[in-house]
Design a protein around this ligand. Structure first.
Ligand code: EZ4
Ligand code: CO
Length: 402
């Protein structure tokens, strides 16, 4: 069997998604997510112009070899564009392997380690009472874990607090919007938010919070120590993570569990964080960290160092990525939690999928392969729309250092 076609499909059913579809000489198809929020067409070009021509004629069964060929063969290693492109190829080849074997991909990864994948959703609100109402909606739906974010008094907009509920979408069309930031005001409101959530919902619910890289290590240590009494499940992205040793300082000052990695694209972004046990959860994803093959490698390294998984799962990761993530989540020994934000109806129609939510858990599809498809005719009805993530500035107008 050989690869006979590889094509890139760009569609925007409410937001942009890039998908790679590979076809074999036996007529088997596989798909992989290649969406890089705000930089979508760079990955589309990387695939179309540089990778698809190399795939034609290759054996689709050689997943590991194809990964190494694209990673080492490019000469220019790593980076979000390259690794998202490689991820798309890798994911599509796992989909094909599953279909050829007649097995869901998780069976090829060693089979189930658990009955379901624990997920968390985002409870957002401008005010604390609004957030509490959103948490109640998730609790009513059976969720065991919720991420809480509220507006910071005195700031016009706070990243992570969307206008929509249940369908959170940070990207905006045209030019990026610009928001302002005050660490002092933020550090005052978050402990109040946690206190209110624990007061109303008790301590059985897992409560998470995303800092979106906006603090310094010592500020993060202070926030963590203030939140310890409310037993946070994790504090996510406390600081920008280019300087991995910076996390030592956070560890010295708080016992709040730390999660990081949604912007990571390779094992080298978290090698020190994991090896020195500076984090508790690794949030790298299939689509941005080199596909199932490379993410499995990261998860295995994490397992050796008491680090559990907590993959990114916002709405800019397509149902193709979510399907792949669930096959890994259900199989790996050190799974922690999976982020899950519901896609819009239009997105679900373009990407019909077999995974489903029930009682706080997601369940991967039992179909052979990943159990997700793309309706190309429908996809063609939603042309690409330029969109950007917002930019953040401090009160004096300088760019925030995140
Ligand atoms: O900022 O998905 O944990 N989730 C997040 C997301 C990310 C976006 C970036 O594309 O932080 O909202
Ligand atoms: Co995040």
């Amino acid at each position: 069997m050989k690869i006979t076609d590889a094509k890139v499909i760009v569609t925007s059913p409410g937001r942009n998604f890039v998908t790679l579809k590979i076809t074999t000489s036996d007529g088997v198809t596989g798909i992989g997510d290649a969406t890089l929020n705000g930089r979508e067409l760079a990955v589309a070009s990387y695939l179309r112009d540089h990778v698809c021509p190399l795939l034609i004629g290759r054996d689709p069964a050689r997943i590991e070899d194809t990964w190494q060929y694209l990673y080492r063969g490019a000469y220019w290693r790593r980076g979000p564009v390259t690794m998202t492109a490689i991820a798309a190829v890798d994911t599509a080849l796992w989909d094909i392997k599953g279909k050829v074997a007649g097995l869901p991909v998780y069976q090829l990864l060693g089979g189930r380690s658990r009955d379901g994948v624990t997920v968390y959703g985002h409870a957002n609100g401008e005010t604390i009472p609004e957030v509490l109402d959103e948490v109640a909606r998730y609790v009513d739906l059976g969720y065991r874990a919720v991420r809480v974010q509220c507006g910071v008094p005195g700031l016009d907009a706070t990243y992570g607090v969307g206008k929509d509920k249940m369908f959170y979408e940070p990207a905006e069309t045209n030019r990026p919007s610009e928001a302002t930031w005050s660490t002092e005001r933020y550090l005052r409101v978050v402990p109040e938010l946690f206190a209110a959530v624990r007061d109303r919902f008790g301590y059985d619910l897992h409560v998470l919070h995303d800092i979106h890289h906006r603090l310094t290590p010592i500020e993060a240590g202070r926030l963590g120590s203030m939140l310890e009494e409310y037993a946070p499940f994790w504090l996510e992205d406390p600081v920008p993570a280019e300087l991995q040793e910076g996390f030592r300082l956070i560890r010295q000052h708080t016992r709040a569990p730390i999660a990081v990695g949604e912007v990571f694209n390779s094992i080298w972004d978290c090698e020190q964080l994991i090896r020195e046990q500076l984090i508790d959860y690794i949030r790298a994803t299939v689509v941005h960290a080199g596909g199932i093959t490379h993410l499995r490698r990261i998860f295995d390294l994490a397992a050796l160092h008491h680090v559990r998984t907590g993959s990114h799962g916002a709405t800019d990761l397509s149902p193709v990525c979510m399907s792949a993530a669930l096959h890994l989540d259900i199989a790996v020994p050190n799974f922690g939690i999976q982020e899950y934000m519901r896609h819009t109806e239009a997105t679900d129609e373009v990407f019909p999928h077999g995974y489903h939510y029930a009682d706080g858990y997601l369940h991967p599809s039992e179909e052979p392969g990943l159990g997700v498809d793309i309706d190309e005719k429908l996809a063609a009805r939603y042309p690409y729309e330029p969109a950007y993530l917002p930019v953040n500035r401090l009160m004096d107008g300088s760019m925030h250092h995140w």
